[in-house]
Design a protein around this ligand. Structure first.
Ligand code: ZN
Length: 245
């Protein structure tokens, strides 16, 4: 039975739900974030706000939540040219991938996370990658994750488990999962509290919009990330026509 985990944590809805998932399972949980010259510092600020609120509102989890690590990955800006690291508009490329795609980004994230987990003696790597949503990022696919688990375990001679709680669920089910994890947390009204925390403090909008407040949180409301988050929220609130995991 695994006891400890490192969560790849960006401060978005997905990785926040993954962090709650890990806190519900493991006795010791640490977080790692990557600063790669994101266009919007709001993402990094959101991380700290989410950690602060989790510690403050969820006592059973606060005891398990350990160190937060931040790694400087500004080198990504030297090898990629995307709308996430430079000030260019989001669009789809001829390859069929959005120009937010940084080739191999998740491979790099996982490799660095594993190196950190090795040093911190953490057994499980938890990441919010998902095949179900639109993205089609090849480094988010289940096969890629399984290959990485094998490569990292062999290459570091340490048996790592890569867990992907969101791999086969859509955004409506991600909202539902957060609600369920909060309800099971042992905190009174924890389901509503975790849902409110996700709405208020996580950030997904590509435009970095923290001005416009919707039922589902802050964002421009029109970029692909906002559209996904809003669409999932609507289906979740309507009672979920989508499949549960
Ligand atoms: Zn947006």
């Amino acid at each position: 039975m695994h006891q400890s985990a490192l969560v790849l944590f960006s401060g978005g809805q997905d990785s926040t739900t993954c962090l709650a998932w890990a806190l519900a399972r493991y006795a010791r949980v640490e977080t790692v974030g990557f600063d790669y010259g994101q266009r919007h510092r709001v993402e990094l600020d959101a991380r700290l706000a989410v950690l602060r609120e989790l510690r403050g509102q969820f006592q059973p989890w606060a005891a398990r939540l350990g160190e937060d690590h931040m790694l400087d990955l500004s080198v990504l800006g030297q090898v990629s040219d995307t709308s996430l690291t430079r000030d260019v508009a989001f669009r789809m490329e001829a390859s069929g991938l959005p120009n937010t795609f940084v080739p191999g980004r998740n491979l790099l994230f996982l490799t660095l996370a594993a190196a950190l987990a090795y040093r911190r003696n953490l057994e499980v790597l938890v990441t919010g990658v998902c095949e179900t949503d639109f993205s089609g990022y090849p480094d988010c696919r289940d096969d890629t994750m399984k290959a990485m688990q094998l490569a990292l375990s062999l290459g570091m001679d340490r048996r790592f488990l890569v867990e992907t709680p969101l791999m086969w669920i859509d955004k409506a089910a991600t909202w539902r999962l957060a609600r369920q994890l909060g309800e099971a947390s042992g905190v009174a009204r924890g389901g509503a509290a975790l849902e409110a925390l996700v709405i208020e403090h996580t950030h997904t909008c590509y435009q970095g919009d923290r001005v416009h407040r919707h039922d589902w949180g802050y964002g421009c409301g029109t970029c692909p990330a906002c559209a996904l988050r809003a669409g999932g929220w609507t289906r979740y609130r309507e009672g979920g026509l989508d499949a549960t995991p």
